[in-house]
Design a protein around this ligand. Structure first.
Ligand SMILES: N[C@@H](CCC(=O)N[C@@H](CS)C(=O)NCC(=O)O)C(=O)O
Length: 200
């Protein structure tokens, strides 16, 4: 399989972590690219020109990080990241993580393209309120409290989103008033899969 990615995309990082957690690193070739430069190979694989994109062993391209996650969960030896007996909970946290990621990423991209609405406009303010509310909710209801052995998709989505906030929007200092979430994040991020894929 081949995975198109870069080192700053939270969506691509989530998929890369899943590849590692499922013990698939040797079967997935990483195709580093710049999606913003209309990389020709990426566009051939995914006409939307977005990462992550996974080309399966049969040559089918999968896009959208959560769909790729679903696909990869059927490979490898590790415990499922979407266990049936915890499905609702895991999907709940996956949604919170993905929403955080979407709001943070949209803010970053809006700023980059000098959109005056990025932070102060109606949409920008709505995004910031959503980010703060989601963080507050996560402080009150952590994903898997001690994800020491198996991580779920919810753990990965939330932890990557938090890391992305620290990386791109450090002024938010989300951990300052959320000690439980900060400690939880620290535990998850000490895993090899997180350490080896740190944003750069
Ligand atoms: N919903 C998508 C979002 C993917 C996405 O926005 N990827 C960004 C990088 S973080 C990208 O490739 N952007 C290039 C573009 O939009 O042209 C997913 O979950 O995979």
């Amino acid at each position: 399989m081949e995975l198109f990615l870069n080192a700053t995309s939270p969506y691509a990082r989530m998929v890369r972590i899943i590849v590692m957690e499922r013990g698939l690193a040797d079967t997935v070739t990483l195709r580093w690219c710049d999606p913003w430069a209309d990389d020709a190979d990426l566009i051939r694989a995914n006409p939307a020109g977005r990462i992550p994109a996974l080309i399966t062993a049969k040559g089918t391209t999968l896009s959208e990080s959560l769909l790729i996650a679903l696909y990869l969960d059927s490979f490898g030896q590790a415990e499922p990241m979407l266990p049936h007996d915890q499905l609702e909970q895991v999907l709940h946290f996956t949604g919170l993580g993905q929403s955080l990621m979407d709001a943070a990423f949209t803010t970053v991209i809006s700023r980059k393209h000098q959109d005056s609405e990025a932070d102060g406009g109606v949409l920008g303010q709505r995004r910031w309120r959503g980010i703060r509310r989601t963080l507050d909710q996560l402080e009150g209801e952590l994903p898997t409290p001690q994800p020491t052995s198996n991580v779920t998709l919810g753990d990965i989505a939330v932890a990557v989103a938090l890391d992305y906030l620290s990386f791109r929007l450090p002024e938010l200092t989300w951990g300052n008033s959320r000690p439980q979430l900060k400690a939880w994040h620290h535990t998850v991020c000490s895993r090899d899969s997180f350490r080896q894929t740190a944003f750069a």
